[in-house]
Ligand binder design. Structure first.
Ligand code: HEC
Length: 444
């Protein structure tokens, strides 16, 4: 055992050394309240690579992060960020790290969709979120096109989801996800890995649609509706499979819906020390001890990243150097695969790959994701409407997104995903096959 620990340590040190060498000089450290009174002021003055270190205390107000900065509290017990009660408490940024806080008090807006309020929200912004207690928000963590690392957090008491993943191939590890009124973890159009978590007393433990999800070494128990639930029935899950191994799934409304337990799956009382009192350590007699893959304990206190407490203080174990895999954010490969099938140059192929999830196969606004959006996708088959739109207008919406013409941000920009030519081909396809209409207005 000692040898293993030591090797891990040396490896960590080596990695730190190497990343240090690659990044060149380390970023600056900016202190709150020492250098700036508020967290937002400190963030505004930080540059990529800097660490904003926040002293113990209660800090009020929402925060908008900047790319590649590290926001570090003194630990969830002592550094508390309390949101305005509107919008998300922390609006993420690409490559940013948030660790060592309690994060609470988001707005209550949005049951589903990308405008949903959350403790931490990230749109097109892969992040690392570690060592936090994220409690009493509308949704705990909401990720949209943001494959992120979610490690060692307690995510609890949300009015809505614990963790919401849409187009976000995230790693969700060693978290305690409890007492959320909607699903503990919701996955759509994502390929996440959910490993060594304890997921207890939510609506469904894990609920997935159109996602391929690895679920390993977790305890999923006491969830009201189902432990693990798949939207797609067994037999039509190609590309969106549940891949389960070594989980304890027990004592849920139903343990499995459209899902099989997989290798090493156990249906036994996990033997928490005191779940009502919030202690999810395992009793010595727990069937989860040593029963995970490779002999690790099942649940949030087992596995390679196992900690004695969750969340731990970043001074004990910091994840600041764990960077998210940034590049996969914009273009989840299963979507481009769908598009490739038809050839990227073809408007049809790209329409099916990128637009159908929201707008539906015939463009009627009834895609699988439609009901997750608070502002519904437009019915693009409405020829009366589309014939009042110029091609330039459609081009602008598709390239720069809804807000560029005063529409909802739910209509996302495709400038990073599709070339101008590909967008024009999609417009031709919409004109020829979806609305079957041309622009009829009297010029511009
Ligand atoms: C994440 C969901 C989503 C995806 C993916 C999406 N859209 Fe949209 N789209 C919307 C929503 C929602 C609206 C309506 C916005 C509003 O009403 O404010 C919209 C509106 C539009 C409009 C505006 C129509 C008008 O009134 O002029 C066009 C055009 C459009 N989408 C085309 C596309 C195309 C083409 C794609 C694929 C390349 C696409 N959308 C992908 C959600 C989506």
């Amino acid at each position: 055992m000692k040898g293993v620990r030591l090797r891990g340590f040396v490896l960590c040190a080596l990695m730190l050394f190497i990343t240090g060498a690659i990044n060149g000089a380390e970023g600056a450290t900016i202190r709150v309240p020492g250098d700036y009174k508020t967290i937002q002021e400190a963030v505004d003055h930080a540059s990529a690579g800097d660490t904003v270190v926040v002293s113990p205390g209660r800090y009020r107000g929402n925060i908008t992060l900047k790319e590649d900065i590290i926001l570090q509290g003194a630990g969830a017990d002592s550094t508390i960020i309390e949101g305005d009660g509107t919008g998300s408490v922390i609006e993420g940024a690409s490559g940013a790290v948030v660790e060592g806080f309690t994060i609470t008090g988001s707005g209550r807006k949005g049951k589903t969709g990308i405008t949903m309020d959350a403790g931490i929200s990230a749109n097109n912004a892969p992040m690392t979120i570690a060592n936090n207690r994220i409690i009493n928000n509308n949704t705990g963590i909401k990720l949209y096109y943001s494959p992120s690392n979610i490690i060692n957090n307690v995510i609890a008491d949300s009015d809505n989801y614990g963790v919401y993943l849409s187009y976000s191939d995230s790693t969700v590890k060693n978290n305690i996800i409890i007492n959320n009124k909607n699903h503990g973890i919701y996955c759509s159009y994502s390929k996440p890995e959910i490993i060594n978590n304890t997921i207890y007393n939510n609506l469904n433990g894990i609920y997935s649609e159109v996602s391929r999800v690895v679920i390993k070494n977790n305890i999923i128990s006491g969830n009201k509706s189902a432990g693990v639930k798949w939207a797609e029935p067994i037999g039509s899950q190609e590309g969106s499979e549940p891949i389960l191994s070594y989980n304890i799934v027990w004592g849920n409304g139903k343990d499995y819906v459209n899902v099989r337990p997989g290798e090493g799956g156990l249906a036994k009382d996990p033997g928490f020390v005191n779940p009502e009192g919030g202690d999810f350590h395992l009793k010595k007699s727990s069937p989860g001890i040593g029963a995970g893959e490779g002999g690790v304990d099942i649940g949030a206190f087992g596995g390679d990243d196992a900690q004695k407490e969750i969340p731990v203080s970043p001074s004990v174990k910091s994840y600041a150097s764990v960077k998210p895999k940034k590049d996969v954010g914009k273009e989840p490969d299963y979507m481009s695969q769908m598009a490739w099938k038809e050839g990227t140059k073809s408007g049809k192929g790209n329409f099916e790959g990128y637009c159908v999830p929201c707008h539906g196969p015939e463009g009627r606004g009834d895609g699988v994701l439609a009901e997750t959006l608070d502002v519904p996708p437009r019915d693009l088959s409405n020829s009366e409407l589309l014939s009042t739109r110029t091609d330039e207008f459609l081009f602008k919406v598709i390239k720069n997104g809804g807000p560029s013409v005063g529409f909802s941000e739910n209509m996302m920009p495709f400038s990073g995903t599709l070339s101008d030519e590909e967008i024009r081909n999609i417009i031709s396809y919409i004109r020829s096959d979806i609305c079957k209409c041309k622009y009829k207005g009297g010029g511009e």
